[in-house]
Design a protein around this ligand. Sequence first.
Ligand code: NDP
Length: 254
Amino acid sequence: MDDQSLRGTVALVTGASSGIGRATALALAARGAAVALTARRAELLRELAAEIHAAGGTALPLAADIADHEEAAEAVRFTVAELGRLDTLVNNAGLMLLGHVTQSATADWQRMVDINLTGLMHTTHAALPHLLEAAAQGPRRVADLVNISSVAGRHAFAGSAAYCATKFGVNAFSESVRQELARQHVRVCVVEPGSVDTELRTHNVPEVQQAIDQVLGAIERLRPEDVADAVAYAVTRPRHVALAEIQVRPTEQV
Ligand code: NDP
């Protein structure tokens, strides 16, 4: 990787144990960032950190449940304590449990709100003082908050009411924060992937997974690296360029 434009910076990626978060951590590390990795599955984080170290990078595995707002804030504090600063936060951890409203367990809705929305908000709240400091005094004089939303944060779909509500919430929160921080050079970017081939769907019951496959049809889905590319592109723009919103779809996804 020739682009080392993130050298000297520190990034925290939530949900780094699999899928888009894992690929994003690798992409940022390949561009020179030291990366803090959070998720609940500590063993997977340790394996990823070892892979990054073996490639010459720096990585800090931090087991944390983002639904616990104290743990989310602690992950930010630990990142800064161990790696010295925070320039980039990628709020990626997420859960997607689909189903028609009448057939859904409201406890599933609450879990999604706790992880996708309020977990992201609390992590952001803990990180912002450090992002502001990085933007004011860091080597790049700019900092980045990237929130992984979804096409379901732009368009509502039957069978996805609660998930869409969390992602619409992510988009609204992100846009407000963007307006609040623009003048201080903290860029806020929402990334809205279409269908990506990850574990995300597998947390649903088999009938729901079949329904998802039927709606999508036999298309070639995105790979996690495709979304990681978009994140890496956004956070390596020159200081005066902010990408506020990126929608990445499989070419065939209508
Ligand atoms: P994965 O299921 O592969 O990854 C989800 C990640 O979130 C895992 O690392 C998981 O780690 C972590 N996570 C889940 N719950 C918690 C929690 N309570 N605390 C901490 N970490 C948690 O799915 P994707 O990579 O696909 O999903 C990443 C993001 O992309 C999500 O926000 C999702 O909504 C979004 N997205 C995905 C799309 C897709 O088609 N796949 C499309 C659009 C958006 P662990 O289990 O170890 O805690």
